[in-house]
Design a protein around this ligand. Structure first.
Ligand code: SAH
Ligand code: SF4
Length: 301
C-alpha cells in the first residue's frame, strides 16, 4: 500500500498479521458443481463447494480443519481434527466462492450453508463473527435468511444461538430418531441425546421464531425402515421443523449404501401422512467427491 506513509506501514506490519485463505485448486463436476481446496496460512487445506441449481447458487463452506466428532458415515469424520478456522478464513471461502460463481455462472451466490468440514457450533464465536461479516454492508451485505448453519447437535450451543437471537437458519443433522442407534453412528449423541436436542431446538424456536430443518440421510437398512420413519415423526412433533431427506453419498471409509427408491418413497409417504413438511434433496457433485459428507481433501496437489 504505497499510498500510505512509510511509518504507518511499518506500524501495521508490527501490529497486524494477514492470514488469508487462498484457492489451492478446484475441480468442476459434470453437473456444474465446483469443489475448491483452500490453502490456509499454516498449510492446512479445507474444502468448499458451489452448487448451481435452477433458482439459486449455494456455497458450502468449512468451519474447522477436520472434525473431532467422528460420525461413521461422513468422510470428514475420518480426518484428524486440527483446529478451528478463523472468522476471516470462513469469510475468505465465501468471498472467493462468490468470485468463482460470477466467473463460472455469471451471477453471485444466493445462499450459504455451513455444511463443509467441521462442526460449526464447536467454533461458535468465529462462525458467528463470519456471519456478521458476510451480512454487514461493509462485507457482502447478504441476508442472514439466506444462511444456514448445520450442526450434529450440541444442545448447549443451540440454546446459546437462541439467546443470541440469531437471524440465520439452523439445521440439525438428525439421521436417527432413536438414541441407541443414533449414538452408534454419531458418538456426540451420548452427551447430547434426543431429549436434550428437542428441548434445545424448542428453546431456539421460541427465542428466534425460526423453524429448524431436520436433516436425515437415507442409508440402506440402517435408518430407512417404517419404524425409523415413525420415530422421526415422534421427534419432529416435538419441534417446529421441516425435514430434508438427503440421498446418502457413499464414502471410501465405510460400507454404507444409499436407500432404494421404494424405501425412500415409502419413508416419505409415512412422513407426509403425518402432516410433516418433507423435501428430498438429491445429491450433487458426486463424481468429484464434492457431495455432502464426501469432503476429505482428495484434491490436494
Ligand atoms: N458438522 C456439521 C456440518 C457439516 S456435515 C453437521 O454434521 O451437521 C454436513 C451434512 O452432511 C450433515 O447433515 C451431515 O450429516 C451430512 N453428511 C455427512 N456424511 C454424509 C454422506 N456420506 N452422505 C450424505 N450426507 C452426509
Ligand atoms: Fe463432523 Fe458433521 Fe461429519 Fe459428523 S457429519 S463427522 S459432525 S462434519
Amino acid at each position: 500500500m504505497s499510498n500510505i506513509p512509510k511509518n504507518l506501514r511499518e506500524k501495521l506490519i508490527e501490529d497486524f498479521e494477514l492470514k488469508p485463505a487462498i484457492i489451492h485448486n478446484y475441480e468442476k463436476s459434470n453437473d456444474g458443481t465446483i469443489k475448491v481446496a483452500f490453502k490456509l496460512y499454516d498449510g492446512n487445506i479445507v474444502e468448499g463447494v458451489i452448487i448451481p441449481s435452477a433458482d439459486r447458487i449455494t456455497a458450502c463452506v468449512s468451519s474447522q480443519v477436520g472434525c473431532s466428532l467422528n460420525c461413521s458415515f461422513c468422510a470428514t469424520g475420518y480426518l484428524q481434527y486440527k483446529r478451528n478456522l478463523l472468522a476471516g478464513e470462513i469469510y475468505d471461502q465465501v468471498f472467493l466462492l462468490k468470485n468463482l460463481s460470477i466467473e463460472n455462472y455469471g451471477i453471485p451466490l444466493s445462499n450459504i450453508v455451513y455444511m463443509g468440514m467441521g462442526e460449526p457450533l464447536l467454533n461458535y464465536s468465529n462462525v458467528l463473527k463470519s456471519v456478521e461479516h458476510i451480512t454487514s454492508p461493509q462485507g457482502l451485505g447478504m441476508s442472514p435468511q439466506r444462511i444456514t448453519i448445520s450442526t450434529s447437535g450440541i444442545a448447549k450451543m443451540i440454546k446459546k444461538l437462541g439467546d443470541d437471537d440469531v437471524k440465520f437458519n439452523l439445521a440439525l443433522s438428525l439421521h436417527y430418531a432413536d438414541n441407541e442407534k443414533r449414538t452408534s453412528v454419531m458418538p456426540i449423541n451420548q452427551s447430547n441425546n434426543l431429549d436434550m436436542l428437542s428441548e434445545a431446538l424448542d428453546y431456539f424456536y421460541k427465542k428466534t421464531g425460526t423453524r429448524v430443518t431436520l436433516e436425515y440421510c437415507m442409508i440402506a437398512d440402517l435408518n430407512d425402515s417404517e419404524t425409523d420413519a415413525l420415530n422421526l415423526v415422534k421427534f419432529a412433533r416435538l419441534v417446529k421443523c421441516k425435514i430434508n431427506l438427503i440421498e446418502y453419498n457413499p464414502i471410501e471409509n465405510a460400507q454404507y449404501k444409499p436407500s432404494s427408491k421404494s424405501k425412500t418413497d415409502n419413508f416419505i409417504k409415512i412422513l407426509e401422512q403425518n402432516k410433516l413438511i418433507v423435501n428430498l434433496r438429491r445429491s450433487r457433485g458426486k463424481d468429484i467427491n464434492a457431495a455432502c459428507g464426501q469432503l476429505a481433501n482428495k484434491l490436494i496437489n
